[in-house]
Structure formats: structure tokens, C-alpha cells
Ligand binder design. Structure first.
Ligand SMILES: Cc1cc2nc3c(=O)[nH]c(=O)nc-3n(C[C@H](O)[C@H](O)[C@H](O)COP(=O)(O)OP(=O)(O)OC[C@H]3O[C@@H](n4cnc5c(N)ncnc54)[C@H](O)[C@@H]3O)c2cc1C
Length: 257
């Protein structure tokens, strides 16, 4: 089974071709040669991407069993947040305006400062079975997950925190109002990518209809009709300028397909 996706509307950065994406509707390994995607909130899809696959909606579920939260790999962050609020669970407030599916959030260990998706995680279920969190190497915007995350379990701790929710909302209120894929680069150790880009004189730098935001320099934004080529040119320019000026290598957080 496949689903036809138009990446110029499906992806958060609004760039990419129309193509058929393979739907995984059972817990089998990703077919060889395929690349897995979730909600495409952290992707820059080229005009000629590799064959792509995504989880079917049968993996979009959330329920509590024996005081453990079970969430399917294609469940969107907004649904997890609403469920946590309704059931008074703490630890999911960070999903306020953090776009993605559970699988994508785990693969990126998505989060904000010290609040990360891995914090309340118990275990993930891939085609190889269940793996405990402690057996998964993970850190800042990184998790070494082998296989497809079809499901994960989380601790059920009481106390959904409205104050934390408002804090996250406020932190995101000053995000650029244009389509993006979130932060373009990871923060290099001891530095902030946005500050380096700004100090390299590239805050607001525009090529075609793509630009490093003049609100937050580490957001590569699509001003309307921006192309993959322009996005790639800006990424290369930032890496080169930052390296030449500060000797720091920027590493993409955005995934190039
Ligand atoms: C406006 C905006 C703000 C953002 N703010 C933040 C932020 O504050 N913090 C943050 O961390 N991120 C942020 N992001 C980035 C994005 O929200 C996260 O990276 C999110 O985890 C992406 O999830 P996705 O489902 O869209 O994954 P995709 O972008 O589709 O894929 C990301 C990665 O996950 C892998 N993947 C997807 N599904 C699975 C699966 N089932 N099993 C295994 N691997 C899988 C893919 O192979 C890929 O490597 C932001 C993005 C936007 C657009």
C-alpha cells in the first residue's frame, strides 16, 4: 500500500516533490533501500529523494494499561499532549507546539532544553521486539534507534503542569511565522548555532525565497515558493562562513533527503 504525498504541502518547510510513499501496516522491518519518515517536520526533501516509507494510521493510538502509557509510532504530538492533559499526566507538556509523530520525536530525542521525549520513556517496540530505554544510547537531539519505532511505553506520573505548558507556549511565541523545519543546525558544544550564524552576518540572509530568519537566525524559513536549491545554498554558506570565522563546524539538525 502507498500514500501519495505532496511534500510542498505535507512537509513543515513546504518544499519537495509529489511522490508515492510506502505505508508500513505491520511490524515488519523497513524494506531495504527505503528511508523512513514521520510527519516531515525535520526534513528537507530534494527533488530526487530515495524511496520513502511511513507508518500507517493503524499505529496512531494512545491508551493506558496497568498504569503504563502506550503510544503508537505514528501518533501526532498534539494528540499525546491532549491525552496527557485529559488524564492529568506529567512529562508531556513539551509537546506544546512541538510538531511531529512519536516515532520522529523519539528518533530525534526531540525536546526543549532539558525537557526531552526520552525523559518519561520506558521502552520502545521495533520489529526486533521491546528495548528498554537504558539500552538505547541517547543525548541532545540524538537517539541511536535501530529499526522502526512502532510503539513506545511511558511512565504515568500524575500532575499535568499548566505553568510549564504556558512557559513552552511563550518560548514558542517568538518563533518565526514562516514555514521551517525547526532549528536548521544543532548547537555545537559550547556554542549556540543561531548566535554563530548571526555573528557571521547571516541573520536574515536571503537566497531566492529562502532565508535565515531575521527573528531567529537558526531557523531556515520559506518565505513562499522557496526551493530546495536555495535552501541547500544557504546551508552551505552558513557552514562555510561559520567555519572560516570561528573554526566551528556546524552540523545539520534538519535531515536532508
Ligand atoms: C516550527 C517547528 C518547531 C520545532 N521545534 C522543535 C523543538 O523545539 N525541539 C525539537 O527537538 N524539534 C523541533 N522541531 C523539529 C521536529 O518537531 C522534531 O524533529 C520532530 O521530532 C519531528 O518528527 P516527525 O514525525 O515530523 O519526523 P520526521 O521529520 O518525518 O523524521 C525525523 C526522523 O525521525 C525518523 N523517524 C520517523 N518516524 C520514525 C519511526 N516510527 N521510527 C524510527 N524513526 C522514525 C526519520 O527516519 C527521521 O530520521 C521543530 C519543527 C518545526 C517545524
Amino acid at each position: 500500500m502507498t500514500r501519495t504525498l505532496d511534500f510542498s504541502t505535507y512537509s513543515s518547510i513546504k518544499i519537495g516533490p509529489v511522490m508515492d510513499v510506502l505505508l508500513l501496516d505491520s511490524m515488519t522491518p523497513l524494506p531495504s533501500g527505503y528511508t523512513l519518515i514521520g510527519g516531515a517536520n525535520n526534513l528537507l526533501v530534494s527533488p530526487n529523494p530515495p524511496p520513502l516509507a511511513m507508518l500507517d494510521k493503524c499505529f496512531d493510538f494512545i491508551y493506558i494499561q496497568n498504569n503504563t502509557l502506550h503510544v503508537g509510532g505514528s501518533t501526532p504530538s498534539g494528540k499525546i499532549l491532549s491525552f496527557a492533559k485529559k488524564h492529568n499526566l506529567s512529562g508531556f507538556e513539551l509537546m506544546q507546539k512541538l510538531p511531529g509523530t512519536l516515532g520522529g520525536m523519539l528518533a530525534m530525542n526531540a525536546g526543549l532544553k532539558e525537557w526531552e521525549v526520552f525523559n518519561e520513556l520506558i521502552a520502545i517496540r521495533t520489529e526486533k521486539g521491546w528495548t528498554d530505554k537504558k539500552a538505547i544510547e541517547h543525548g541532545y537531539r540524538f537517539a541511536k534507534i535501530e529499526g522502526v519505532v512502532f510503539e513506545a511505553t511511558f511512565t504515568c506520573k500524575e500532575g499535568f503542569d499548566e505553568t510549564l505548558l504556558s512557559m513552552f507556549k511563550k518560548m514558542r511565541d517568538n518563533q518565526p511565522p514562516f514555514p521551517s523545519a525547526g532549528s536548521c543546525f544543532k548547537n555545537p558544544q559550547g556554542h549556540f548555532a543561531g548566535k554563530l550564524i548571526e555573528e557571521a552576518g547571516l541573520k536574515g540572509k536571503r537566497i531566492g525565497n529562502m532565508s535565515f530568519s531575521d527573528v531567529h537566525a537558526n531557523f531556515l524559513v520559506n518565505l513562499g515558493g522557496g526551493t530546495h536549491q536555495d535552501a541547500i545554498a544557504l546551508i552551505a554558506l552558513a557552514k562555510e562562513e561559520v567555519y572560516n570565522r570561528f573554526g566551528v563546524t556546524l552540523e545539520e539538525e534538519i535531515i536532508l533527503l
